[in-house]
Ligand binder design. Structure first.
Ligand SMILES: Nc1ncnc2c1ncn2[C@@H]1O[C@H](COP(=O)(O)OP(=O)(O)OP(=O)(O)O)[C@@H](O)[C@H]1O
Length: 940
């Protein structure tokens, strides 16, 4: 049995991670529960390990820590993956077989969604155990358990009562094949479909109306042509009683937004270029031109050409026609009448990417600074002139609104929705479109009363790292109505309209409350039918009469009271962990729903967000199929190496790539830790010299630093300090005592290793338990206390002195590198006291903002040599390291200091060392200067 398995078994047997209510202060932490539609990959590993390290740390700080786990079965991700297996999709089957190494005989069974969910739930659970997560498994549940469903029914009834669930008609991202709303979690690569509006303007032609789609309807006065793609297919269709021309793709997509679109005939893009169109506002007759840049998959596939204000239009128009003149519409200070022409001529774009950048630039400038020109408005038809007169001179945003209203009210325009960040693909592989969902159930995240509560909640929350606060604030403002039910998938039916199933991101927002009593529900064998609305109202909100509820549910008063006090002990949740992908959806919904349902004193206190693990530049993701399986890497490196590597890849908030090189370096360091710990009994020294005092100082100052790093979840820095830093200190100590020709002090090293083991325990709990036990400690290090530091053992001066010795060693080594010959002796010439006084003075001058001139004028050099000497010492003062400055200020006798370090310097350089006073003669002989703490060194 490996060390990992051994300790995982012992933890389980001793139930140390089963958290029960007691008199200690509690710390309640959770991570987003997983969708078991694939095994875990390294990306998941990072997020769950991050949560576990903090849970373990808080446990060692003395908190009663609860870290539970459940499994998310709801919705479509499981069904979609099972469908892929059923269809025999090669890529999915290859990954399951060859990357996750799922046995051949299991794969066909994965086409059954429930089999898949249960199979991967067990696999993920194993991964969590193999990783050493300190989970209280008694509370495990899945979101299709009837008991959990009763809780969701209560949640939705409560939300509805508060007016936060509404029936409405609203645009949503939509899978056109499976006919389901698609949110970020249902897409490949987790892209939230961003729904925006295009204005359509109807240009008349002999074949029907051409609905040009634009984001800038105010430029209608400057349209000189219509663009279509000559290589693509268009159709003439009847839409809302009007004959219109659309790209074939658009005609399909718009069926999800507009009822009764009838395709009458097909027409090619090149055919269209043979006819002309009429601008409905100006009455101008304009050509229809062909251009490959027209994307028939965006809006209607028909685009108006405004060369004065659109870089694309000017650039491509130049290629096809030299006679068409731009028409100015918007005036911008600092630009001539045709800003797009000016920008294109100046920047000389090479391709569409360059043009896109120019478009964005001009769009922003005109939006912020542009005003509508009088001459442009006067180009409108006589009948519209007086009505449109009001837009003369107004800003672009104001004009955009007025003109859109004008077009729609006169039947000259309309609006359609489009996915602005397209292409977004559903996990089934189809491109997501916009659907106007009628009479659907929505969670009204746009409700102003609800948003106000949420703002308050977020303002009180601890967010780690703090930079994510702006992301939450943005997401909370941006969220509007969100479809919360589907007709397909696993989950809980909507209580008042049972044909709908509550979807996965709506039934996973307050389930942290369920964990607090999940184990008791099982222990008392409570049935879903007993867990009525009143039951949940009492347990979670303290409402109702306990006697009545007991009678109605058949649950004893004692059990009801227990459940209520369990909940009240653990709630509010102290920390919620997740990868950053869940900020705009799950984590925001978690905040919204807590704000809606619970009183302020039960609102969650914190969210910790870690950066994603990437693979070849993209989020490692089941949906992108770019994964490294977690369990496999644990088998290769062992759990502790993986835990440390994942938590020290980068700072908490940054994205990271896993590399074998990083894992190997962690493995080497852990091995060395283990070797040192295993050899403690062989160290028989008992001297308490400079080296021992230095080692204890390093340990105590590292413990001191570790506390603030761990409190702030700066795990990368903590690892650098605890694993790599302390390892290098102990190696250094071994060399120091070896240099003195003596044995390491066994008792000091034992104390050091015991404290070190505690510090390592949250990161490498398995090896830490092994060492803890081998050193004869009782109990588990996992539930021991975080080490205390003793301020009186921290000797800054001693640490700085050792730094100084190391610098001298480095200096001698650099001279040795270039020295020709075979030197035996290094003579170190220490600066004399007059230099010391001068240096202190120079330091004072620089600290007070003085310059070389100030310094010179206060010392008045008598000759050139003296002036040179003053200048050198001043320069040295300006470039001196902080640690040397501190050492100087603490007051040292450099000669004594050097003599203390002689054994180490000799040992590390292999030379005899002599220490002498510096003199002018040395200067003359070797042309070398000595400054305090920077002696000159001569090899011979
Ligand atoms: N590449 C990643 N890096 C870090 N954390 C991740 C990564 N992928 C998923 N997670 C985290 O794992 C937790 C559970 O995720 P979930 O089961 O919803 O997987 P998922 O996001 O659907 O996975 P995938 O994106 O691979 O399909 C979430 O907190 C999520 O942020």
């Amino acid at each position: 049995m490996s060390i990992g398995e051994k300790w995982q078994k012992k933890w389980k047997e001793s139930k140390i991670f089963e958290a029960n209510v007691d008199s200690r202060e509690k710390f309640y932490t959770t991570v987003a529960f997983p969708y078991p539609n694939s095994p875990f990959h390294l990306g998941h590993g990072r997020t769950y390990v991050t949560a576990d390290i903090y849970a373990r740390y808080m446990r060692m700080k003395g908190y009663n820590v609860l870290f539970p786990m459940g499994f998310h079965y709801t919705g479509t991700p499981i069904i979609t993956m099972a469908d892929d297996v059923a269809k025999g999709e090669k890529e999915v089957i290859d990954i399951f077989k060859n990357i996750y190494e799922i046995p051949d005989q299991v794969i066909p069974k994965l086409s059954d969604p429930l089999f898949m969910a249960n199979y991967f739930k067990d696999d993920i659970k194993k991964a969590m155990d193999e990783m050493g997560l300190s989970i209280d498994w008694r509370r495990e549940f899945t979101t299709i358990d009837p008991e959990f469903s009763s809780f969701i029914v209560w949640q939705f009834n409560t939300l509805q009562k508060r007016g936060f669930v509404v029936k409405d008609t609203h645009p949503v991202g939509w899978c056109p094949v499976h006919h389901l709303p698609v949110g970020m979690h249902d897409t490949k690569g987790d892209m939230e479909p961003d729904i925006g509006e295009y204005t359509l303007i109807f240009f008349e032609s002999k074949s029907g109306y051409l609905p040009a789609a634009t984001l800038r309807p105010e430029t209608i006065f400057g349209v000189v042509a219509i663009w279509v793609n000559p290589k693509e297919k268009y159709v003439i269709a009847e839409v809302k009683g009007r004959k219109v021309i659309l790209s074939e793709r658009s005609a399909f997509k718009l069926t999800f937004q507009i009822d009764n679109i009838k395709v009458l005939e097909k027409i090619s893009g090149s055919e269209l270029t043979k006819i002309t169109a009429i601008n409905p506002v100006t009455g101008d007759t304009i050509p229809i031109l062909g251009a490959d840049f027209v994307d028939v998959n965006t809006a209607t596939g028909i685009v108006m050409s405004v060369p004065a204000h659109a870089p694309f239009d000017y650039f491509y128009l130049k290629k096809v026609s030299s006679s068409i003149r731009p028409i100015a519409v918007v005036q911008v200070d600092g630009y001539n009448e045709f800003p797009a022409v000016e920008l294109v001529e100046k920047s000389n774009p090479k391709n569409d990417t360059d043009l896109k950048k120019l478009t964005e630039q001009l769009y922003r400038i005109e939006y912020n600074k542009g005003r509508m020109r009088k001459d442009a408005i006067e180009r409108s038809k006589e009948e519209f002139r007086s009505e449109l007169g009001s837009v003369i001179g107004i800003s672009v945003p104001e004009a955009r609104k007025s003109i859109t209203d004008f077009l729609i009210s006169h039947g000259l325009g309309d609006k359609i929705y489009e996915i602005m960040n397209k292409p977004v693909y559903c996990r089934c592989g189809n491109e997501v479109v916009v659907k106007i969902l009628k009479d659907q159930w929505f969670l009204d995240y746009g409700n102003p009363e609800w948003k106000a509560l949420v703002r308050k909640l977020v303002s009180k929350m601890r967010l780690v790292p703090d930079e994510v606060r702006k992301d939450f604030e943005y997401s909370i403002e941006w969220l509007q109505k969100r479809a919360c039910a589907r007709t397909r998938g696993l989950g809980t039916p909507l209580p008042w309209d049972k044909k709908w199933i509550i979807e996965s991101l709506s039934d996973s927002t307050i389930y942290m409350a369920y964990y607090t009593i999940a184990h008791k529900i099982k222990a008392y064998k409570l049935r879903a039918s007993q867990m009525t609305f009143d039951f949940w109202d009492y347990v979670l909100l303290g409402k109702g009469d306990i006697n009545d509820i007991s009678k109605l549910t058949g649950i004893s008063i004692d059990v009801l009271q227990q459940l209520r006090s369990e909940f009240m002990y653990w709630y509010p949740l102290d920390m919620r962990h997740s990868g950053s992908d869940l900020i705009p959806n799950h984590l925001s919904f978690f905040i919204f729903n807590h704000a809606a349902i619970f009183p302020e004193d039960l609102w969650p206190r914190g969210i910790a967000v870690n950066g994603l693990v990437l693979y070849e530049g993209k989020k490692m993701s089941k949906s992108l199929r770019n994964i490294i399986p977690l369990r496999k890497t644990i088998r290769i490196y062992g759990p502790d190496v993986i835990r440390i590597t994942l938590s020290s890849l980068s700072d908490m908030g940054s994205e990271a790539n896993f590399t074998d090189a990083a894992a190997k370096s962690v493995m080497d360091s852990l091995k060395r830790f283990y070797e040192i710990a295993s050899s403690i009994s062989s160290f028989n020294g008992n001297e308490l010299g400079f080296a021992e005092k230095w080692l204890m100082s390093r340990l105590n100052s590292s413990i001191k630093q570790s506390i603030s790093l761990m409190d702030n979840m700066r795990f990368r820095d903590a690892n650098n300090l605890i694993l790599f830093g302390l390892l290098s200190d102990v190696n250094e100590y071994m060399e120091m005592v070896k240099a003195e020709g003596r044995d390491p002090n066994g008792s000091i090293l034992r104390d050091f290793v015991i404290a070190w083991t505690r510090l390592l325990a949250p990161f490498a709990p398995h090896i830490a338990e092994e060492v803890w036990n081998a050193l004869g400690n009782s109990g588990f290090v996992s539930v021991s206390r975080w080490p205390n530091y003793d301020e009186s053992n921290i000797d800054l001066k001693l640490e700085l002195e050792h730094e100084y010795h190391k610098e001298i060693i480095d200096d001698i080594r650099s001279i040795l590198n270039v020295y020709k010959g075979n030197p035996k002796i290094a003579t170190i010439y220490v600066a004399n006291t007059s230099e010391h006084t001068l240096l202190m003075d120079a330091l004072k001058t620089t600290a007070g903002g003085g310059t070389l001139k100030t310094f010179m004028s206060s010392h008045r050099p008598k000759n050139k040599e003296e002036a040179k000497e003053l200048q050198d010492i001043f320069e040295y003062a300006t470039e001196m390291s902080d640690s040397k400055k501190k050492l100087l200020l603490l007051g040292v006798d450099e000669e004594v200091l050097l003599k203390e370090g002689l054994p180490l310097i000799k040992y590390k350089t292999g030379l005899d060392i002599e220490v002498q006073k510096y003199s002018d003669e040395i200067m003359r002989k070797y042309k070398k200067e000595s400054f305090p703490l920077r002696p000159s060194i001569v090899l011979s």
